[in-house]
Design a protein around this ligand. Sequence first.
Ligand code: SAM
Length: 238
Amino acid sequence: MTGFVDKWDELIDWKKRWASEGDFFVQQLKDRGVEKVLDTATGTGFHSVRLLEEGFETVSADGSAEMLAKAFSNGQSYGGHILRVVQADWRYLSRDVHGTYDAIICLGNSFTHLFSERDRRKALAEFYAMLKHDGVLILDQRNYDALLDGKYGNSHTYYYCGEEVSAEPDQVDEGLARFRYRFPDQSQYYLNMFPLRQDYVRRLMREVGFQRVDTYGDFQETYQDDEADFFIHIAEKG
Ligand code: SAM
């Protein structure tokens, strides 16, 4: 995994990725008057650094100490930011992270890493508990419905991969989506993910208490279900 992370970070140009994402997340947060954000899936720091650049008070959590170390040094390189990092598993978030937040983000297709429904419910309940009464959760996921239903064309590229990294489904069924990532130096890595169906995630969000869940396809409010590569759920607590 370390090799994968380093390669990924080397090749994915943050400035290009910021450009391809536009100001969708930032605008969603600003429209709601958000000040304090908890990034629960910091990874190598892409979203945390963007939020700091935009002036949000940001706490950066991740289950992996190694990722947080990388994020911390990326923060220093991109704009001299000092990230406030906390190692925390989503399932026990409130034990390790203090306070409540206007917004919680879980981005970069991260929620797919939980393989049991119990863990998914637990994580969402922790996110819910750590939000202020009018707080918002923003969580994205790859469009697994298209993949599971055989509607995933070959032309799809991971929206921030650029031309250089290819991500192809290797094996897909209702319990597992395994992707093969190929890098320009011919190296390849396999990653296992849980294939989340869009409506299933929306249902779990409502079941843990979120009052309203809006889903966007590739950052658009109107989208064709089988054409979007990514879904972004915006779940409101109050
Ligand atoms: N948001 C970043 C991005 O888009 O570049 C990073 C996303 S990375 C695909 C997923 C991150 O989720 C990893 O850094 C991993 O350590 C973290 N993660 C996975 N399961 C977790 C869990 N149960 N608790 C906390 N972090 C977890």
